[in-house]
Write a protein that binds this ligand. Structure first.
Ligand SMILES: C[S@@+](CC[C@H](N)C(=O)[O-])C[C@H]1O[C@@H](n2cnc3c(N)ncnc32)[C@H](O)[C@@H]1O
Length: 281
């Protein structure tokens, strides 16, 4: 499959994503980014119950551990859910996402870069009356190596206006306990490339209507592709869906391989990749 990338920048296949990953050369992937079926979420592509979640996702993570480069990264976007999200009687929020995060480090030997939060500014109402509405998802961001490099400058964000004002007017002084990030009186100059990125991503859910029930907004994979890869690096999504990760990767001049079990998703995603390479998104 990887040979196809000699001729075009992407390759897709309709198959089980874990089996697809195993077809790739060992240590070839720079970033595996994907959004598996969420625990308990009933979608037209099936449901992974929280009780069987670790069993379902394990073949993917086993394969990722073999196929990621030594300087590679794994990012899993996922949302914890309940057995029945709309009931008035209490249903526990599943902790299987937290269990997966712990296992990624303790069982599979990855190193946690961070667990970032995607705050959805326009969450889909769940009808839930026994806890607050679900308005965030988690991005489990792990590195193969215990020490890593990320392209912070590529994911800087605009300064908020009151920070710029404070930097302009305020002289930072070291605290008497020494626990301060300035050692001597100092004014801070804003970085011309923008403020340091934060581990929260805020934005709307995708407004792109693509015939898929879980289409992500492009800004989610874009952040991690920019942070962890360079032009020409290989990005892989074993749960490709409508192809969001591939569109973001190709638009940023990376190579992309995607797998999904549903033939129509694979065909539609491929059409989108052709469009992206022609210059549209
Ligand atoms: C949450 S969606 C991914 C959505 C995608 N990120 C997007 O923006 O469109 C999960 C996808 O995993 C696919 N899937 C489920 N089980 C799979 C498996 N064993 N192998 C490959 N894909 C699978 C589903 O068909 C679905 O498209």
């Amino acid at each position: 499959m990887i040979e196809r990338l000699e001729h075009t920048k992407y390759a897709v296949s309709c198959c089980d994503g874990a089996s697809g990953l195993l077809q790739l050369p060992d240590r070839s992937i720079k970033l595996l980014y994907g959004s598996p079926p969420y625990p308990n979420a009933e979608r037209d592509y099936g449901v992974w119950k929280s009780g069987e979640y670790i069993e379902k996702i394990s073949p993917f993570v086993d394969a990722a551990a073999k196929k990621l480069r030594d300087d590679g990264f794994l990012v899993i976007n996922v949302k914890a859910t309940r057995e029945k999200a709309t009931t008035h009687t209490s249903t526990k929020r599943s902790l299987v996402v937290e269990k997966l995060a712990i296992m990624l480090e303790e069982y599979w030997g990855f190193h946690c870069v961070d667990i970032e939060i995607w705050v959805k500014e326009n969450p889909v109402p769940t009808g839930l009356r026994v806890a607050c509405q679900d308005a965030y998802e988690q991005n489990l961001w792990f590195s193969v190596a215990p020490k890593w490099k990320i392209n912070l400058d590529d994911i800087r964000r605009p300064y908020v206006s009151h920070s710029v004002k404070t930097y302009g007017e305020y002289e930072y002084k070291p605290r008497s306990n020494g626990l301060s990030y300035v050692r001597k009186n100092k004014r801070i100059q804003p970085n011309p490339l923008g403020a340091l990125p934060i581990n929260i991503i805020s934005g709307g859910v995708s407004s792109r209507i693509l015939g898929h029930q879980a289409t992500q907004p492009l800004y989610l994979p874009e952040k991690y592709i920019k942070a962890t890869t360079g032009p020409g690096d290989l990005v892989v999504d074993p749960w490709m869906g409508s192809g969001t990760t591939g569109i973001a990767a190709l638009a940023l001049d990376r190579r992309f391989i995607g797998f999904d079990r549903v033939e129509s998703y694979v065909q539609d995603a491929e059409e989108r990749f052709k469009e992206t390479l022609k210059g549209g998104k």
